[in-house]
Design a protein around this ligand. Sequence first.
Ligand code: ATP
Length: 585
Amino acid sequence: MRFRLLAETFARLENTSARLEMVDILAALLSKASPDNIDKIVYLLQGRVAAPYTGIELGIGEKLAIQSISNAFGVDVGQVERLYKELGDLGFVAEKLAANKKQATLFSRPLDVDRVYGNFYRIATASGKGSQELKVRLLTDLLNDAEPIEARYIVRIPLGRLRLGVGDATILEALAIAVTGTREFKEKLERAYNLCSDLGYVAKVLYKEGPPAIENFKVVVGIPLRPALAQRASSAEEIISRLGTCAAEAKYDGFRCQIHKKGDKVWIFSRRLENMTEMFPELIKGTLEQFDAEEAIFEGEAIAYNEETGEFYPFQMTMQRKRKYGINEAVEEYPLKLFAFDLMYVDGADYTQKPYKTRRAELERRVKKGDVFAVSELRIVSTVKELEAFFESCVERGLEGIIAKDLKAPYIAGARKWAWIKLKRSYKGELSDTLDVVIVGYYKGRGKRSRFGLGGILVAVYDPKDDCFRTVAKVGTGFTEEQLVEMKKLLDEIRVPRRPARVVSLLEPDVWVEPKYVITVAADEITRSPNHTAGWDGERGYALRFPRIVGWIRSDKGPEDATTVDEVIQMYEQQKTVSTGDGDG
Ligand code: ATP
C-alpha cells in the first residue's frame, strides 16, 4: 500500500470531530490492507511500530528531526528552526519544504507502507554508538522521497505528535466493519485483544487466518493479557448481597505484576502491560525458584518491605522501584515481596475460563515456600460480619482494604466486572474512592493564578460504549505551585487546535489538549449537573463536587484506563445509600 493513502487518511482523521465518521474513514482504509501489511498499518495509526508490551518505542528528539529535514531538503538548520518558529509544527515545516522541492525534482521512489514502517522500526531499535547518525539517515531517506502530505506525518510520527486520537476500541470497530461488513464482530475481536493486548497481532490473525481464528484465540506465554479489573463497593453488605459466600483477599498497595514464565525465561509486565522485567531481579529469581511450573502466566501485587521489621513500606517507597537506573541499589534498599493472587495459564492449560476457586487452588499448589513470593491472604466469608471483621483486620495492619472475588467467575481479562469488588477504607465527608480522570483541556487562570498560565484543568471520564471522554469536573485546587508550572509545560506539549473528536463537552476550556494524561482526584460528592456530559440524560450529567488533585499524573494508566461513566454513576448511587448510615470505613 502506498504511504500516501495512509497520510491522506491521517489528514482526514485530524479534521473530523465525529467519532462515527472516524470509524468509517478507518474502515475504508483497513479494507484496502492485506495480511502482510495490516499489522504495520494498525501500529502506524497508533503512532507506534510494535505493541506497548514489547518495549519497542519509536521516539526521536526535535534536534534529530530538524537535522533530517535540513539534510533532505538542502536547507540549513537555522532556516528549519526559523520555519519551525513560524509554523509551530515540524510536520508542517517538512510539508512546506517538500512542496517547494517538488517542482525541482523529477526522480523519486514512491513511498510504500512497508518502507516507512521498516525505517521507523530501525529507528526505534537503533542503539549504541552511531545510532543517532543512523536515525537521521533513515528519516532523511524517507523525507527524500516524500510528497508534501507524507512528509508531514513522517516527521510527526517519530516525534510522538501524531495525535489522531483514535482509540483501540475505535480501531477494533473499524476492523470488524472492514472484514465482516458489520459492527457485530467487534465483540469477538475485543475478546482476542483482551487476551493479548496487541492490536497489530489481532489484526494480523484476522486478516491471515480469518474470523474463526479470532473466535478460538488463546493466551500466549510472553504476550500479556489485559488485566481483570475490580468494581467498587461502599459497604460489606453490598458485597455479600451481590456475591453471597465469596473470597475476600487482602488488598496490597503496591504495583501489579503480570508474570510470564517459560523454562528459565521470565517476563514481568506492569498494569499498563509495559515490560518491566529488568527492574525486578528479585522477582525473576522468585519466579524461577518459587513458581513450580515449566510454563505459566500469573499475577500478583509487588510491595516493598522492610526486612528488619518485616513491615511494608508505604506506596511512595514501593514506587521507588520503578526506575531504569540504579536497580541493584534499589533492590538492596527496597526489596519487593510479591503476593500472587491469580493464575491464567499453567503448563499447557489455559486457566482463564476456569472458576476462581480452581485457579486459586492451583496457584496455591504452584507457589512454593520462600522469601520473595507468597499467595495473597484469603478468607472465605459468608456473612457481612465475617467480611467486616476481615476488612477491619486488613485496615488495622495498614493495608488498603480488601478485594472480594466471586468464587465461580472466570478470569475476565480487560474488563471491570462484579467478579472482583474492591472495598477501601474511606474518610468522612469524602467519596469512598478517588477517581482517575483524563485531562482534556486547561483554563489560563485569573488573578493570582494567571502568572502560571494555568488556573485549572477540565477533566473527563471514559465512556467505553462510545469510546469517548465525557467531562466531569473543572479542577483548580490541590496543585502546588511547582505542579502548576509542570502541568502547564506538559499540557502545552500536547495542545491541539480544537476539541478532539473523542471528547464530548459542553464547556470550552481556553486550551484543548489531546486526551493523554490521567490524574487522580478526590471529591466530596458526586452531583447531577447541567454542565458536564458524563452520564448525560438529555438534561443533566454527573459532576464532582469540590474536586481536588490528590496525586500526580498516573504513569501506569492510559486514557482508556480512567474511571468510566458507569463507575461514576455507581459511585453516585452508592453515596446515596451510605449517607443514610454512618459508613463503616
Ligand atoms: P484499577 O486497577 O481497578 O483500575 P487502581 O489502579 O486505582 O484501579 P485500586 O482501585 O486501588 O487500583 O485497586 C485495584 C488494584 O488493586 C488492582 O489493579 C491490583 O493492582 C491491586 N491489588 C492489590 N491486592 C490485590 C488482590 N489481592 N487481588 C487483586 N488485586 C489486588
